[in-house]
Ligand binder design. Structure first.
Ligand code: COA
Length: 133
C-alpha cells in the first residue's frame, strides 16, 4: 500500500474549485504507480459520501487513459477495500458510478461491490454498487 495522504486540498483544486466544493472535510486518496517503473498511473482512494441521507464510504479510482486495461484500477481498489476493512474498520463500502461507465462498474464488481440501486448524487443519476466488508 503506498503512503496515504489527506488530499482534500488536491480534490478542491482538481475536481471542483474551492467555491464549488461541498464535500466532507477529508478524503484519503493515494497515487497509483506502476510497480516496475514507478511511473504515475492514476489515483485511488476513499471518500465519505452522503447517499439517500446515509453516510457512506466510497472507493474511487482513475487510471491514465494510456495505461487502462492492465488491471491497475482493480488492484488499487482492492487494496483500498482491504485498507478500509482492516485498518479503518469500515464495514460497508460503495462505489458511485455513471450508468454509462461500464469499465468502472466492472471494477466495482471485481472487488466485491454488487449493483445495489440508483441514486441522485454528485449532481446526477448514478449507479451505486455496494458490499459488506
Ligand atoms: C474505470 C477505470 C478506472 C478502470 O481502470 P483500468 O485500470 O482500466 O481497470 P481494470 O483494468 O482493473 O479493469 C477494467 C475492467 O473493465 C472491463 N471493461 C473495459 N471496457 C469495458 C466495456 N466497454 N464494457 C464492459 N467492461 C469493460 C475490462 O475488460 C476489465 O474487466 P475484466 O478484467 O473482467 O476483463 C478507467 O477506465 C478510468 O480511469 N476511467 C476514467 C475515470 C473513471 O471513470 N473513474 C471511475 C469513476 S466512478
Amino acid at each position: 500500500m503506498p503512503s496515504w495522504v489527506h488530499a482534500d486540498g488536491w480534490r478542491r483544486r482538481t475536481f471542483a474549485g474551492p467555491a464549488a466544493f461541498t464535500g466532507p472535510p477529508w478524503s484519503a486518496v493515494s497515487a497509483v504507480v506502476v510497480r516496475e517503473s514507478g511511473e504515475f498511473a492514476g489515483d485511488c482512494g476513499l471518500t465519505p459520501q452522503r447517499v439517500d441521507g446515509v453516510d457512506e464510504i466510497e472507493v474511487g479510482y482513475h487510471i491514465r487513459a494510456d495505461l487502462q486495461g492492465n488491471g491497475y484500477a482493480t488492484e488499487a481498489a482492492a487494496a483500498c477495500r482491504d485498507f478500509a476493512r482492516d485498518v479503518l474498520g469500515v464495514r460497508r463500502l460503495i462505489a458511485i458510478i455513471d450508468p454509462a461507465n461500464a469499465p468502472s462498474q466492472r471494477v466495482a464488481v471485481k472487488i466485491g461491490l454488487e449493483r445495489e440501486k440508483t441514486a441522485t448524487v454528485l449532481g446526477g443519476e448514478r449507479v451505486v454498487h455496494a458490499g459488506a466488508l
